[in-house]
Each structure stands twice: as structure tokens, then as C-alpha cells.
Design a protein around this ligand. Structure first.
Ligand code: GRF
Length: 217
């Protein structure tokens, strides 16, 4: 069974769709909901579903362990960012190579980067009189909204659209596609040596081996 942790800071409508999608899945399970905002709607959703939650503290996340130990203890194989606003620390990106996925509510590379989230994205799209917008699902690297694109889908923007109506259209697209794309990415992950905790331990063993061989020579 591959286990997913959903990282979310907000209402959690995407988290809810993802949880629904995998509720009876034979091979993939949402095993943890991670949040940096006590009281966020996504925590209520997790609680109703009986999914364990983890509240992040900023200091520990950015200057500490990035909660790697907790993720390992929970057997987390993949991390899905669904409205999570903090940048992912490099320790986490390295521990989960190719196994952190984000959704962005625009057609990256347009309207991405620091400060481009939620209504700010849709306001910018309307302000620029774009004729289309959409969603981007991508791997996460150490820069905001930058990793390799996995999937994009478009939706028209009309002169009558407001940031609010654009947000509705984009949310609809997200709910249609995000769970299915997560399923495809997780299912395609090679089973051998797949557990990031193992990969991390293997890397640690490799680097201590190389230190040892450097010491000897
Ligand atoms: C989504 O629009 C997603 O693209 C962005 O944050 C929003 C989260 O919405 N990254 P919700 O909390 O899932 O409703």
C-alpha cells in the first residue's frame, strides 16, 4: 500500500476530493493530513474521515528536521500539496525526490511564484484580460511553482468573468483532475526501493561509506 500525506493550509476542497477518490482504493491510501494553520477547514475534514493530522510549527519546519521523522513514522511515500502555502524545505525535497506533487491554479509558468496564490492569481488573470487560464500539476523542487509539469488543463476566460467566477472554474478543473493525476503518478512509481525512508537511509549509508573510504585513502 502506497501512503500519501496531504499538505494543506486552507478550506481543503481538493483534500476532500482526494480523500474521496482513495477511500476504497486497493493500493493507495491517504494516511496523514499535514497543516500549518490550527483551525483550518482541512483539519475538520481529516477528523471526520478518521485520518491522523499533523500541525507544523514554522521554526521546526524550516530550521529543524522538516518533520522528516514524523513522515517516516507514518509510512508516507508521497506528499501532495493541495493549497499549502509554505515553501518546501530542501531537506524534504531531497528526502522525497519526484514524490512531492503540487497543484497551482493557473497555467505555469504564468502567474506563479511567491505571493501568487488563491485570489491573487485570479485577480491577475482578469486584470491582464487573459482569454484562458487553467491548472498546473507539477513536481515540487526547491523553487516556488517551478518543478517539472505533469499535467495542465485549460478553461476559457470571458470578458464577463470576475476573479470569483474564474476561481470557481479553476476549482472545478482541480477537482476533476487532481485525484486522477495523483493516482497515475503514484501508481507509476517503481515499487522496488520505493519507500523514501529507505531511499534516505540508503543515501545516508552511502555517504557514511564514502566518508569512511575517504578516511582510509
Ligand atoms: C487551490 O486553488 C490550489 O490550486 C491552490 O490552493 C487552492 C486550495 O483550495 N494551490 P482548497 O483548500 O483545496 O479548496
Amino acid at each position: 500500500m502506497k501512503q500519501i500525506a496531504i499538505f494543506a493550509s486552507g478550506a481543503g476542497s481538493n483534500a476532500s476530493k482526494i480523500i474521496d477518490h482513495f477511500r476504497s482504493h486497493a493500493d493507495i491510501k491517504v494516511s496523514l493530513v499535514v497543516c500549518n494553520k490550527p483551525g483550518a477547514g482541512v483539519l475538520d475534514i481529516a477528523q471526520k474521515e478518521g485520518i491522523p493530522t499533523l500541525i507544523l510549527e514554522k521554526e521546526a519546519f524550516f530550521r529543524g528536521s522538516a518533520y522528516l521523522e514524523e513522515l517516516r513514522e507514518n509510512g508516507v511515500d508521497f506528499i501532495v500539496l493541495a493549497g499549502f502555502l509554505w515553501k518546501i524545505p530542501s531537506a524534504l525535497v531531497k528526502a522525497y525526490p519526484g514524490r512531492i506533487i503540487n497543484i497551482h491554479p493557473a497555467l505555469l509558468p504564468k502567474y506563479g511564484g511567491k505571493g501568487m496564490y488563491g485570489r491573487f492569481v485570479h485577480e491577475a488573470v482578469v486584470e491582464a484580460k487573459e482569454t484562458e487560464t487553467g491548472i498546473t500539476i507539477h513536481y515540487v523542487d526547491e523553487l516556488y511553482d517551478h518543478g517539472q509539469v505533469i499535467f495542465q488543463e485549460r478553461v476559457p476566460v470571458t470578458p464577463e468573468d470576475t476573479p470569483g467566477t474564474v476561481a470557481q472554474k479553476v476549482h472545478w478543473l482541480e477537482h476533476q483532475h487532481f485525484p486522477k493525476i495523483i493516482e497515475a503518478v503514484v501508481a507509476a512509481d517503481a515499487p522496488a526501493n520505493a519507500h523514501p525512508a529507505n531511499a534516505h537511509q540508503a543515501n545516508a549509508a552511502k555517504s557514511s561509506d564514502s566518508r569512511r573510504s575517504t578516511d582510509v585513502t
